[in-house]
Design a protein around this ligand. Structure first.
Ligand code: GCU
Length: 431
């Protein structure tokens, strides 16, 4: 059975270069030539709005970090509207005997509610059975439903919107049994469990279906007003729900809530970065091929532009962000400052050499230019002048980086680097 699924999964991985049909783009002839990158000044990381130089971690934490966080919130990801959403959590063990007895799989049903409406979302948990202490855990959204990441019949199918995908047997906007396990190539559960970590994942569409519906569905339906121009888009919505997951981790004794690693691929890597910025409870943050609006510097104007992302995905960021369409030079911030918001926590940025749309060099440069924030804590960030060679991770500081061979994807190679980086850094935190 397992082998059949693994084979299917591999086949799907080969077939699915473009994993899901997306709103048609006009990729408005993105710049992919280094010689056409304009000269630009990066907004200063360690100078406050009033011109004060930031020289200590105290000034960073009390002055500059809050200033930058607010800037990203107001101009890009959007503020969470005030709310009184209740969160109720119910656990169910799917099996305690998967992977030859190595892992317990649980489903945790989150019910978000206001007085009149509710929304349910399922967190899928894999916990190592051979630990005597609470497990450190990776937390990341998946694109296609929890049932696609691991071939076990006990895992429920989502009953929310899914992007139609005939390759996965989805002939309409609902999940299909045929797609069980088809994304397991992105989620090496066995390696994660063997290394002593847990894995928690949720289908992002459970929280907010990923299409522009003028904020009618998903968690937005529980909020009486439509977001105003500085309030949240979907990325901030997904990040918000993950904070509720961390609240839940704090109540369980099987998970080490001081060792939660938030991670994500692509748009969900952008989400992981924003989640890590707004919630300092994450011990480590991982951006896999997050590109524009994630780790890549916008002012390089390489690959996906702000105009392209806002046109195709008008629901991801807030409306204020539209003012920078084709106006990257006017941005009062850039993505190195987003990476710096993780300091002093370890952050890992991964690129793929074939992923020019995500601007691998721009992703590297963000890490490099976030380094001064780490130095305020006496830590190394990403202290190399140039991108390292392909498949040679640079992980000696608190900002890890690699550029992998191949295309836009989340692979076992990427995971191996994250597991190594987590081993290196999470041991610094006492059990
Ligand atoms: C599109 C989009 C990217 C995004 C990617 C993904 O390519 O333009 O910004 O990162 O989808 O999420 O797969």
């Amino acid at each position: 059975m397992l082998n059949k699924y693994l084979l299917l999964s591999l086949l799907f991985s080969l077939l699915s270069c473009n994993q899901m049909p997306e709103p048609e783009v006009e990729k408005s002839s993105p710049n992919t030539e280094e010689s056409k990158v304009p000269s630009f000044d990066l907004p200063a990381l360690l100078t406050a709005k009033d011109g004060q130089k930031i020289n200590s971690k105290e000034d960073w934490e009390n002055i500059r970090r809050p200033e930058l966080l607010q800037l990203f919130e107001k101009e890009m990801f959007g503020k969470v509207p005030s709310n009184d959403i209740k969160v109720n959590v119910e656990e169910r063990i799917a099996t305690n005997n998967a992977l030859g007895g190595k892992t317990t799989i649980k489903e945790v049903i989150f019910t978000f509610s206001n007085q009149s409406k509710e929304l349910k979302a399922t967190l899928l948990l894999f916990l190592p059975n051979n630990r005597t202490s609470p497990a450190p855990i990776f937390l990341g959204y998946n694109f296609d439903g929890n049932h696609t990441i691991f071939p076990d019949e006990s895992i429920s199918l989502p009953n929310t919107w899914m992007r139609k995908n005939t390759t996965y047997g989805m002939t309409d906007d609902t999940a299909s049994q045929l797609s069980r396990g088809v994304k397991s190539f992105r989620w090496p559960v066995l390696n994660i469990i063997n290394r002593g970590y847990g894995l928690a994942t949720m289908y992002y569409g459970d929280i907010d279906p990923d299409f522009d519906d003028n904020f009618e569905n998903g968690i937005h339906a529980l909020f009486p007003q439509k977001p105003n121009k500085s309030e949240w888009g979907s990325l901030a919505t997904w990040a918000w729900a993950f904070s509720k997951v961390v609240d839940y981790f704090e109540t369980t004794n099987t998970i080490d809530h001081e060792k939660v690693i938030v991670m994500g691929h692509s748009r969900l890597g952008k989400t992981a970065l924003w989640a890590g910025a707004v919630d300092e409870r994450y011990a480590m943050v991982i951006s896999n091929n997050s590109g524009c609006g994630g780790a890549a510097l916008s002012k390089r104007k390489f690959g996906e532009s702000i105009n392209a992302i806002n046109t195709r995905f008008p629901h991801w960021f807030n409306d204020n962000f539209n003012q920078y369409n084709d106006q990257e030079e006017k941005l009062p911030f850039d993505q190195h400052q987003l990476i710096a918001l993780m300091a002093p926590r370890p952050v890992y940025i991964a690129s793929a050499v074939g992923d020019t749309w995500a601007d691998p060099k721009g992703e590297f440069l963000s890490g490099k230019h976030a380094t001064p924030a780490y130095q305020l804590y006496g830590l190394n960030g990403l202290e190399i002048a140039e991108q390292p060679p392909i498949n040679q991770p640079e992980n000696s500081g608190h900002i890890g980086y690699h550029v992998r061979s191949g295309k836009h994807d989340l692979t076992v190679y990427d995971w191996e680097q994250y597991l190594d980086f987590a081993d290196m850094h999470l041991n610094e935190i006492k059990d």
